[in-house]
Design a protein. Sequence first.
Length: 113
Amino acid sequence: MGYASKFIDNPMSDYVKLWIASREIKVGGNYIDFTAPDFEGLHHTLSKGIKGKVALMDLWASWCSPCHRSSLSMISVYEAYKDKGFTIIGVAHEHLVDDMKYICHEFFETNEE
Protein backbone atom coordinates (compact mmCIF):
# COMPACT_ATOMS: atom_id res chain seq x y z
CA MET A 1 0.00 0.00 0.00
CA GLY A 2 1.58 3.29 -1.13
CA TYR A 3 1.58 6.67 0.54
CA ALA A 4 -1.19 8.17 -1.59
CA SER A 5 -3.71 5.43 -0.84
CA LYS A 6 -2.75 5.21 2.84
CA PHE A 7 -3.14 8.94 3.63
CA ILE A 8 -5.62 10.05 0.98
CA ASP A 9 -7.47 12.47 3.29
CA ASN A 10 -4.39 13.97 4.92
CA PRO A 11 -4.18 17.71 4.13
CA MET A 12 -0.41 17.38 3.49
CA SER A 13 -0.90 14.76 0.75
CA ASP A 14 -0.98 17.32 -2.07
CA TYR A 15 2.21 18.99 -0.83
CA VAL A 16 4.03 15.67 -0.59
CA LYS A 17 2.90 14.69 -4.10
CA LEU A 18 4.20 17.99 -5.48
CA TRP A 19 7.49 17.61 -3.63
CA ILE A 20 7.97 14.10 -5.01
CA ALA A 21 7.09 15.26 -8.54
CA SER A 22 9.39 18.28 -8.24
CA ARG A 23 12.39 15.97 -7.82
CA GLU A 24 11.83 14.81 -11.41
CA ILE A 25 11.94 18.30 -12.97
CA LYS A 26 14.85 18.87 -15.31
CA VAL A 27 15.80 21.79 -17.55
CA GLY A 28 13.95 21.34 -20.83
CA GLY A 29 11.73 18.64 -19.33
CA ASN A 30 8.09 18.59 -18.38
CA TYR A 31 6.66 20.91 -15.77
CA ILE A 32 4.22 20.33 -12.94
CA ASP A 33 0.92 21.95 -13.80
CA PHE A 34 -0.66 23.97 -11.01
CA THR A 35 -3.39 26.47 -10.30
CA ALA A 36 -2.72 29.48 -8.09
CA PRO A 37 -4.39 32.78 -7.27
CA ASP A 38 -3.14 36.15 -8.43
CA PHE A 39 -3.23 39.05 -6.00
CA GLU A 40 -6.80 39.84 -6.99
CA GLY A 41 -7.84 36.36 -5.91
CA LEU A 42 -8.45 35.04 -9.45
CA HIS A 43 -7.13 31.53 -10.02
CA HIS A 44 -4.94 30.76 -13.03
CA THR A 45 -3.73 27.39 -14.31
CA LEU A 46 -0.19 27.31 -15.68
CA SER A 47 -0.97 25.06 -18.66
CA LYS A 48 -3.72 27.42 -19.84
CA GLY A 49 -1.45 30.47 -19.59
CA ILE A 50 1.35 28.95 -21.64
CA LYS A 51 -0.56 26.81 -24.13
CA GLY A 52 1.11 27.04 -27.53
CA LYS A 53 3.90 29.30 -26.22
CA VAL A 54 7.50 29.08 -25.18
CA ALA A 55 7.48 30.14 -21.55
CA LEU A 56 9.97 31.24 -18.95
CA MET A 57 8.87 30.86 -15.35
CA ASP A 58 10.20 33.65 -13.16
CA LEU A 59 10.22 32.50 -9.52
CA TRP A 60 10.56 35.48 -7.19
CA ALA A 61 9.68 36.86 -3.78
CA SER A 62 8.89 40.32 -2.46
CA TRP A 63 11.92 40.24 -0.13
CA CYS A 64 14.40 39.10 -2.81
CA SER A 65 16.30 42.04 -4.33
CA PRO A 66 18.28 39.84 -6.74
CA CYS A 67 14.94 38.48 -7.99
CA HIS A 68 13.76 42.02 -8.73
CA ARG A 69 16.93 42.78 -10.72
CA SER A 70 16.58 39.52 -12.63
CA SER A 71 12.95 40.31 -13.47
CA LEU A 72 13.97 43.73 -14.70
CA SER A 73 16.56 42.18 -17.02
CA MET A 74 13.85 40.01 -18.61
CA ILE A 75 11.84 42.94 -19.93
CA SER A 76 14.00 43.34 -23.04
CA VAL A 77 13.88 39.59 -23.72
CA TYR A 78 10.10 39.60 -23.43
CA GLU A 79 9.77 42.64 -25.70
CA ALA A 80 12.02 41.03 -28.31
CA TYR A 81 10.14 37.72 -28.48
CA LYS A 82 6.55 38.30 -27.29
CA ASP A 83 5.24 38.44 -30.87
CA LYS A 84 6.87 35.07 -31.60
CA GLY A 85 4.93 33.12 -28.97
CA PHE A 86 7.15 33.80 -25.96
CA THR A 87 5.78 34.66 -22.53
CA ILE A 88 7.03 35.04 -18.99
CA ILE A 89 5.02 33.73 -16.05
CA GLY A 90 5.91 35.28 -12.69
CA VAL A 91 5.34 33.07 -9.67
CA ALA A 92 5.72 34.22 -6.08
CA HIS A 93 4.73 32.34 -2.95
CA GLU A 94 3.95 35.08 -0.50
CA HIS A 95 2.48 34.98 2.97
CA LEU A 96 1.63 38.69 2.87
CA VAL A 97 -0.14 39.55 -0.38
CA ASP A 98 0.15 43.26 0.41
CA ASP A 99 3.97 42.97 0.23
CA MET A 100 3.71 41.45 -3.22
CA LYS A 101 1.27 44.12 -4.39
CA TYR A 102 3.58 46.87 -3.11
CA ILE A 103 6.64 45.43 -4.84
CA CYS A 104 4.75 44.96 -8.14
CA HIS A 105 3.42 48.50 -7.97
CA GLU A 106 6.91 49.88 -7.24
CA PHE A 107 8.45 47.76 -10.00
CA PHE A 108 6.03 48.98 -12.67
CA GLU A 109 6.09 52.58 -11.46
CA THR A 110 9.89 52.66 -11.55
CA ASN A 111 10.23 50.84 -14.89
CA GLU A 112 7.36 52.34 -16.82
CA GLU A 113 8.33 53.38 -20.34
